[in-house]
Design a protein around this ligand. Structure first.
Ligand SMILES: [Zn+2]
Ligand SMILES: [Zn+2]
Length: 254
């Protein structure tokens, strides 16, 4: 039985690989950002790769904000020091800037859902400090009316992609967005906080008590959304709350 199952899996894998090779022969892989031909599917060309600004240490032990120079083990940034976030640790892959924005907006608004594999893979690799030992991934939810219009929740796609490269299981519908909040695009920090206040809750019957959970979202701007979700999980008794986002906006000069 087991032999049959593994043979079946091998055949399925072989067929998948065969289709991939066939697809690559007909449609050679292209850079995810600029469309130039590349050797590997789901990849960026060398020049786009160089233009992306990936976060790297030294950074705030708590929120992952980069430091201009090493500050010592466990150092936290001024903002985290002033107001302790509801999450335990947050990390992001890329700076949200003129280089990464087109890629992220295409994924978010232009149905370029095939990007999820590559982007989720980057998150899996860069997110070790929050993913290690985690029990569940919780994508930040959209309100149902926005989900209806957009047809997919980009945070959930990223969470599933992280799972498929060896990340923890996805609790896709555990967090609910109760209120339809106006788009955050043009709002400043205070307005964003007011906008998402009490917008989320846990689905009845779901419990995060004693669990190590990681919030997944595409972009962290002021952190107001992640903070609101983390407060809900904190209230629900989560043991550890991580946040992993694909991109994060940081002020110039940091
Ligand atoms: Zn390119
Ligand atoms: Zn910080």
């Amino acid at each position: 039985m087991e032999k049959g199952a593994s043979l079946g899996a091998a055949i399925a894998f072989g067929m998948k690989r065969g289709w991939r090779l066939l697809a690559d022969a007909v449609l050679p892989p292209r850079c995810l950002r600029c469309g130039k031909r590349v050797g590997e599917p789901d990849a960026l060309c060398a020049s786009c790769w160089r233009e992306m600004r990936f976060f790297a240490p030294p950074w705030c032990a708590r929120c992952g904000l980069p430091f201009p120079y090493p500050m010592g083990e466990g150092a936290i940034c001024g903002e985290c020091n002033e107001r302790s976030p509801a999450f335990d640790r947050a990390r992001a892959v890329l700076r949200y800037d003129a280089m990464s924005r087109p890629l992220i907006l295409a994924f978010k608004h232009a149905d370029e859902t095939h990007l999820a594999n590559a982007l989720g893979g980057w998150m899996r690799r860069a997110g070790e400090e929050v993913l290690d030992g985690a029990d569940l991934l919780l994508p930040v939810p959209l309100h149902w009316s926005r989900l209806f219009r957009r047809r997919y929740n980009q945070a959930a796609l990223l969470a599933h992609a992280i799972r498929s490269c060896g990340g923890p299981p996805v609790a896709a519908d555990w967090l609910l967005r109760e209120r339809r909040t106006p788009s955050q695009g043009q709002l400043g920090r205070g307005a964003r906080e007011a906008n998402v206040r009490a917008a989320f809750r846990l689905r009845p019957g779901k419990s995060v008590k004693g669990r190590r959970v990681v919030l997944i979202d595409d972009v962290m701007t002021t952190g107001a959304t992640v903070e609101e979700c983390a407060l809900v999980l904190r209230k629900g008794g989560a043991e550890f709350i991580g946040a992993l986002t694909l991109a994060r906006a940081v002020r110039a000069g940091t």
